[in-house]
Design a protein around this ligand. Structure first.
Ligand code: NAD
Length: 720
């Protein structure tokens, strides 16, 4: 034994080969936390001190190789400032460089997932052999930072600048065949042959068959690129990546700049450039928020996993209604492998639902994600029907018929009589109380909400709504089914609008108030898009549909009359109502706040419409000018306050789940981390002051809760 720690052991084999094995005790995966890095430092020193070694293998005793640095340490670490960060990075560079400089050949046996720091450590060895099921990648830019442990220096020297840019700026996770193709690894073998293959490489290197010194030298030298190659690789990539990432996500472009600046430098200089850029990015709010988001996502996934463990699996599903949502649900279920019956009362609806599913599958075939045979197999998972014939053997039924409590009540009662005692019924209603819908059922414990977002195949969130009588088993089965469909379920309690729509409608309320005071909706859209939303509120209303918005707005007004009774803006007719009354329903009839024309690909393209502008003006009571900041506050404060209320009312369990639901359900700008993180970033006291100022003029939609005032006074935050 050369070294024994809590996460790392180094042993010496009979052939004088040392094996450094990562096996973090008490954890299911290996992570490079600061404690593990400290062990690595000791382990490498012990290897350096051992005489007569002929080679080193880096290996893992877990299923994954190393999943990365320990992200839970990031926020505290990033808060310590640039000098601290750079010195921390230099220390790790020192350890990694020491592995790279060992006086004998080295190889990594990549048995499973190797990401971030876990991928950077394997770049230090002379050779890499990879299990055929393993994946590697550098996803740091997705967290608003860049690979800071030598990844930006070693990877381009190993696989070329263009490939490295693709891996690093894209944050891609790469399969073994792709890694082999670009030269990131030297061989791919079945997992069980990994150790033998690694030892064989070392033996060949020691026998002079493989020139490990030359390989090593290549990683140390400046990148060999002519001026034209430089231009092609870096300038073109920067333009393309900047366009794709958008102005709020600087990390991918910064990473390219680091590769570029370091290209002409030797190892130490290039690493210093990387460290400086890392520290700069790590101290931004964007990195702080994206790291927070990662941790919140872990919370959501963990909760989902816990429910899944207790769930009775859904082997056969059914959906009632083959409309926009029912068709989407059938496609998604079939696509992920759960067979589903799709029932409607109209043959045309069924044909439309099937046509939509076929279209989505065909796109996958065109993109080479599916073979035509796989498409046929998946499509066969959808069984269309006009009758309840096979419903006796269904584990879970999603009801997605028209949004009408009477129709839904009748359909649910009918189906309850035809399914098994244990079958779960779930409604995709967007507004109707789950407890109320349950009141007509004999087995209300088997009933809950399963609220998908449109378009189903694209939107990751599913709200699982627990009614008063819903059992844990019903929630668990529904969560498990949503996960099997590739979605992210978040469990919430019942109330009008549940979590997401309850929070979205006060945002529309803010919009209506702005319209009532004469703001220009096209400017409001631009300001909110610049703030980071995928679309501004007027455009979003066109997508949702004015009829749906008015109808749901009524439900919200009934549920929360004191705040949302006059979401239209001071009890007068709102711009949204005016649109609705003038049959400007939005994209569904090609006119709403904007007019819609078909673009070259046949998709709706919005254009400015004088008639809509005049209509909005006709309901305005004033013609005030608003600054960008005022627009942002008037839109964001009601949304954030309602999120606070949902948390206080126990509609949602944790700040992490609330924020993730808004990001996954309505596209809340991820780099801002969610509504509660946004309040934290502003400071709870500053937020309360801002809201109070607005409430004076605009009323209860803007009034902070008592508990929030207490938090402000006590200097508390939503996140630790
Ligand atoms: P839709 O009008 O496109 O489809 C409803 C379908 O239900 C129609 O095909 C209709 O023929 C069918 N139907 C009516 N009565 C039926 C019955 N007794 N048995 C079987 N089928 C019946 O509506 P949609 O947009 O798909 O909405 C469906 C549900 O999903 C609603 O509750 C809605 O609030 C909810 N929802 C919609 C959206 C959205 O953006 N469209 C988003 C989330 C939730």
């Amino acid at each position: 034994m050369i070294y024994q720690g809590n996460a790392i052991t180094v042993t010496r084999g009979g052939d004088d080969i040392a094996t450094l094995t990562f096996d973090l005790q008490g954890e299911s995966v290996n992570k490079l936390s600061s404690a593990v890095i400290a062990e690595l430092e000791q382990a490498v020193k012990a290897i350096q001190a051992e005489s007569g070694l002929a080679g080193l293998v880096l290996a893992s005793a877990k299923e994954a190789f190393i999943v990365g640095a320990d992200i839970t340490e990031f926020q505290a670490m990033f808060g310590k400032g640039g000098e601290f960060l750079e010195s921390m990075l230099h220390r790790v560079h020192g350890i990694f460089n020491a592995i790279e400089d060992l006086p004998f050949p080295t190889v990594t046996a990549i048995n499973g997932l190797a990401l971030g720091g876990g991928c950077e450590v394997l770049l230090t060895t002379d050779f890499r052999v990879m299990g055929d099921k393993a994946q590697i990648g550098l996803p740091e830019t997705k967290l608003g930072i860049l690979p800071g442990w030598g990844g930006c220096v070693r990877l381009p020297r190993l696989i070329g600048a263009d490939n490295a840019i693709e891996w690093i700026a894209g944050g891609t996770q790469n399969r073994a065949d792709a890694a082999l193709k670009v030269g990131a690894v030297d061989a791919v073998v079945p997992g069980e042959q990994l150790e033998a293959a690694a030892l064989d490489i070392l033996a060949r290197a020691n026998a002079g068959e493989l020139d490990y010194r030359a390989r090593r030298e290549e990683k140390m030298q400046p990148l060999r690129l002519g001026p034209i190659e430089q231009m092609m690789a870096f300038e073109t990539a920067k333009g393309y990546v900047a366009g794709k990432a958008g102005p709020h996500y600087p990390a991918p472009v910064e990473a390219i700049k680091v590769i570029q600046k370091g290209a002409g430098e030797e190892r130490a200089r290039a690493q210093a450039i990387e460290a400086k850029a890392f520290a700069k990015l790590a101290m931004t709010e964007v990195a702080f928020n994206l790291v927070g988001l990662f941790m919140s996502d872990q919370v959501v996934k963990k909760k989902g996993g816990q429910f899944e463990k207790q769930a009775r699996p859904v082997k056969q599903a059914a959906v009632l209604g083959a409309g926009i949502m029912g068709g989407g649900i059938a496609y998604q279920s079939a696509s992920k492998g759960t067979p589903i019956l799709m029932k409607d009362i109209k043959e045309e609806a069924i044909q439309l639902g099937l046509k939509e599913a076929r279209k989505l599958f065909t796109k996958q075939v065109e993109r080479k994600k599916l073979t035509p045979e796989q498409m046929a197999e998946k499509l066969a998972n959808i069984r269309p029907t006009l009758t309840y014939g096979d419903f006796g053997s269904v584990d879970l039924v999603v009801e997605a018929v028209v949004e009408n409590p009477k129709v839904k009540g009748a359909v649910l009662t009918e189906v309850e009589g035809l399914v098994g005692e244990e079958t779960i019924l779930a409604s995709n209603t967007s507004t109707i109380s789950i407890t109320r819908l349950a009141s007509s059922l004999k087995r209300p414990e088997n009933f809950c909400g399963m609220h998908f977002f449109n378009p189903v195949h694209r939107m990751p969130l599913v709200e699982v709504i627990r009614g008063e009588k819903t059992s844990d088993a019903a929630v668990a089965a529904t969560v498990a089914y949503a996960r099997a469909m590739g979605k992210t379920p978040i469990v919430v309690n019942d109330c009008p609008g549940f979590l997401v729509n309850r929070v979205l409608f006060p945002y529309f309320g803010g919009f209506s108030q702005l319209m009532a005071q004469g703001a220009d909706f096209q400017r409001v859209d631009k300001v909110m898009e610049k703030f980071g939303w995928p679309m501004g509120p007027a455009y979003l209303l066109d997508v949702v549909g004015m009829d749906t918005a008015v109808h749901a707005g009524e439900v919200m007004a009934e549920g929360f009359p004191e705040r949302m009774g006059s979401l239209g803006g001071n009890g007068e007719k709102s711009a949204i109502q005016a649109m609705f009354e003038n049959d400007r329903l939005g994209q569904k009839n090609d006119r709403g706040f904007y007019a819609y024309e078909e673009d070259r690909k046949g998709k709706p393209k919005k254009v400015s419409d004088e008639a809509a502008i005049a209509l909005v003006k006709s309901v305005a009571k004033e013609s005030r000018e608003f600054s960008d900041e005022e627009i942002i506050s008037r839109m964001m404060v009601p949304l954030c306050l309602e999120t606070v209320r949902c948390l206080e009312d126990g509609i949602v369990g944790t700040p992490a789940e609330a924020d993730m639901a808004l990001i996954y359900g309505i596209g809340f700008p991820p780099f801002r981390g969610g509504a509660l993180r946004y309040v934290d970033a502003m400071g709870v006291a500053a937020f309360v002051k801002l809201a109070d100022g607005l409430a004076e003029e605009l009323g209860p939609l803007y009034a902070p809760t008592e508990k929030l005032r207490e938090m402000a006074a006590a200097g508390e935050t939503f996140y630790a």
